[in-house]
Design a protein around this ligand. Structure first.
Ligand code: C2E
Ligand code: MG
Ligand code: MG
Length: 412
């Protein structure tokens, strides 16, 4: 008929958080409420673009999870679709009342148009989905039209995943180590292992660029084990050469902890490398704290009983509540560098930092501040009684041989 058909792919932002914090029953009811609102309003008179639409021809479906699609089969004019997407987002952003809870969600929408973006249903769905991911990556709560270059980006991501797979076999990963010092006198009390990828074509790739891909593809499990094993071996190696360091800290992704046998993997690494269990510190993310799985908490507690330390990385940027912190066998909080950056001049950052330190103290936890770059920040943190410091002011992350020199010195 020579008309444009639009396929809108809608995904709720942060739905998983609703499930995790308020429970699956609230999550289920929220999905129903979203569906009802979409159904009702899509047909209602208040629909802004209604005159441009043939009402009977608008189709709504739930694809699964928190994903919905809207098909607009008789668009006279492709411009209208943006208005509709705006309108959908605005009406979903109104709070939902679920039982006694008020829940607010936003949504991300990807749009594919027939015939330009594909001429069959599966192609249109795939492209609308790609556009939706693009909308999410731009910060959520917005809509995006599909664009061919997005597929190029998706292909690039696949290539990266392939390269990652081979990188483990080809031994392209390296660990750098950044010292952690006592705030009081600069004594080195630990090092944090930070991964680097020496890519044959792209050079040094930073973890921010490939860890998310490793997480999504499941490669983080073997990669994470490699990091743990290499870091522990390194500590034992330093020890044998007289360069003593009390602890090595290893970053652990949430997906890794949720993986099949995380606890077993940590235990084998300790046994195989001969590191003292209390010389190993695992840096967890706040999102793990939101996961109340009892068996996992018991597993972590067993490791703790063996001596392994746990800290919470980037503390203050997530959603953890005090009760969650108490449930886990945590011994240290790492104040996120975004709060350290503004010290001492930003009243907000100073307030947050002081509050985290006071809180840690009253819970019997240690505190370390990361991203300390200058003496004024260090002074503030020392005065606020932060136990340990880490950052460029003391040392950048360095290859093992260079850290060894610092360790032999003992303090910075
Ligand atoms: P993170 O664990 O919070 O590590 C701190 C990051 O801040 C590191 O970036 C470090 O190089 C950087 N940094 C340290 N001191 C300073 C400073 O004074 N100023 C500034 N501006 N930055 C500083 P990097 O090495 O790029 O790592 C980024 C993130 O990637 C890490 O954040 C961690 O979440 C993740 N990551 C790194 N290695 C691993 C790993 O082996 N496994 C996993 N799962 N994640 C890793
Ligand atoms: Mg870390
Ligand atoms: Mg951090």
């Amino acid at each position: 008929q020579g008309r444009v058909v639009a396929l809108l792919f809608l995904d709720l932002d942060g739905f998983k958080r609703v499930n995790d914090t308020l429970g699956h029953s609230v999550g289920d009811q929220l999905l129903q409420a979203v569906a009802d609102r979409l159904k009702e309003r899509l047909r209602g008179d208040d629909f802004v673009a209604r005159p441009a639409l043939d009402e009977s021809g608008m189709h709504l479906a739930r694809l699964g999870g928190d994903e919905f699609t809207v098909v607009l089969p008789h668009l006279e004019d492709a411009q209208v679709v943006g208005l509709i997407a705006d309108r959908l987002q605005a009406m979903l952003a109104q709070p939902f009342h679920i039982g006694s809870q008020e829940v607010t969600v936003t949504s991300s929408i990807g749009i594919a148009l027939f015939p330009g973006d594909g001429d069959d249903a599966s192609t249109l769905l795939k492209h609308a989905d790609t556009a939706m991911y693009h909308a999410k990556s731009l910060g959520r709560n917005n809509w995006q039209l599909y664009d061919r270059s997005l597929t190029t980006a998706a292909i690039r991501r696949l290539a990266l995943e392939n390269d990652l797979r081979k990188a483990i076999e080809r031994d392209e990963f390296r660990l750098f180590y950044q010292p952690q010092v006592l705030a009081a006198d600069g004594t080195i009390v630990g090092v944090e292992a930070l991964i680097r990828w020496q890519h044959p074509e792209h050079g040094l790739v930073s973890p921010g660029d490939f860890i998310p891909v490793a997480e999504e593809s499941g490669l983080i499990v073997p990669l994470g084990e490699w990091v743990m094993r290499t870091a522990c071996r390194q500590l034992v190696d330093w020890q044998e050469r007289g360069a003593l360091v009390p602890r090595v800290a290893v970053n652990i992704s949430a997906t890794q902890v949720r993986g099949a046998d995380f606890i077993g993997a940590v235990s084998s690494v300790i046994d195989e490398t001969g590191i003292g269990a209390d010389q190993l510190e695992l840096e967890l993310t706040e999102s793990i704290l939101m996961d109340p799985d009892l068996r996992r908490i018991e597993g972590l507690s067993r490791l703790r009983a063996r001596g392994v330390h746990f800290s919470i990385d980037d503390f203050g940027t997530g959603y953890s509540s005090l009760s969650y912190v108490k449930r886990f066998p945590i011994s240290m909080l790492k104040i996120d560098q975004s709060f350290v950056r503004g010290l001492p001049d930003s009243a907000n950052d100073a307030g947050i930092t002081t509050a985290i330190i006071a809180m840690a103290r009253s819970l019997g936890l240690e505190v370390i501040a990361e991203g300390v770059e200058n003496a004024r920040q260090a002074d503030f943190l020392r005065r606020a009684q932060c136990d340990k410091l880490q950052g460029y002011l003391f040392s950048r992350p360095l290859p093992a041989a260079e850290v060894e020199q610092l360790l032999l010195q003992g303090r910075i």
